[in-house]
Design a protein around this ligand. Structure first.
Ligand code: BTN
Length: 249
């Protein structure tokens, strides 16, 4: 049994989870909220957190991996969530680098991973994995400009789910996959991630790590978890962990 705070409302479960992590919370400790008033997404975006419709949780993890490997936690988290969503829906999700989960080209879940400062000692270091899953949303629950791009477990399957069970399944899977990361390394996990790669072979737009806007074909993440893209001249670029989108002709 891992310590878990179940809250009705909070600004952001990530903020609360970081606070308990700083106070020494053990790996697997978590914060779950029925809704968030300031749900945070990647790149400073907002995460719409409607009451009772979604899963909003943050899990403190302290995996037995080198500090340089911490950025890969986010890919492992995406894979873990995708595995659970596949099991409970019977569908085959895809992963959009770095860690969005898609059903048939629409986003169903997003992850915001935040780590302790890189200088932390091994005892203090942690990451907070914040996970949002659209569970019971119907189209009208999403802002009009997002409706075409997002989905929920209910919209995909027509079924209702027990949000608490989804959370427990995700926490168990995440801790299991991070344990495997520590014992067997990143390679086997990367192999599984690649099988679900939504961007592989697709034309996309992004910003390279050299700060250049590029358009090219997704080549998948490398051993370090860094996405590669091949431009029209055949040059391979490493992608900055920014906004990555399908090209719109
Ligand atoms: C994204 O796709 O941009 C990441 C979204 C992450 C949302 C979750 S909801 C629970 C946790 N608390 C937050 O404030 N954000 C994450």
């Amino acid at each position: 049994m891992y310590p878990t705070q179940y809250l009705q409302s909070i600004d952001s479960t990530n903020i609360q989870a970081k606070e308990i992590a700083e106070r020494g919370a053990i790996s697997g400790s978590a914060v779950v909220a029925e809704y968030q008033t300031k749900g945070r997404g990647r790149l400073g975006k907002e995460w719409h957190s409607i009451k009772g419709k979604g899963l909003y949780c943050s899990i403190v993890v302290r995996p037995n991996i080198a500090l340089k490997d911490y950025p890969k936690i986010t890919l492992v988290a995406g894979l873990s969530v995708a595995m659970v969503l596949d099991r409970i829906t019977g569908r085959n999700s895809q992963l959009k680098w770095p860690n969005d989960i898609y059903f048939k080209g629409r986003k169903v879940s997003g992850i915001l991973t935040e780590s302790s400062s890189l200088s932390s000692s091994s005892l203090e270091k942690y990451a907070v994995v914040g996970i949002g899953v659209n569970v019971h949303h119907v189209a009208a629950d999403f802002p009009p400009d997002l409706r075409e791009m997002v989905t929920s477990l209910f919209l995909e399957t027509g079924s209702k789910f027990i949000v608490e069970e989804i959370f427990q399944d995700i926490r168990r899977e995440l801790l299991r996959q991070l344990q495997l990361f520590g014992s067997d390394g990143f390679q086997p996990l990367l192999g599984q991630w690649r099988k679900k790669d939504f961007l592989l072979g697709k034309e996309m737009e992004c910003v390279s790590s050299a700060g250049k806007k590029i358009r090219g074909i997704g080549m998948g993440p490398d051993d370090q978890g860094q996405l590669h893209v091949r431009d029209t001249n055949g040059r391979i670029h490493e992608v900055l962990s920014g906004d990555v989108r399908l090209a719109t002709s």
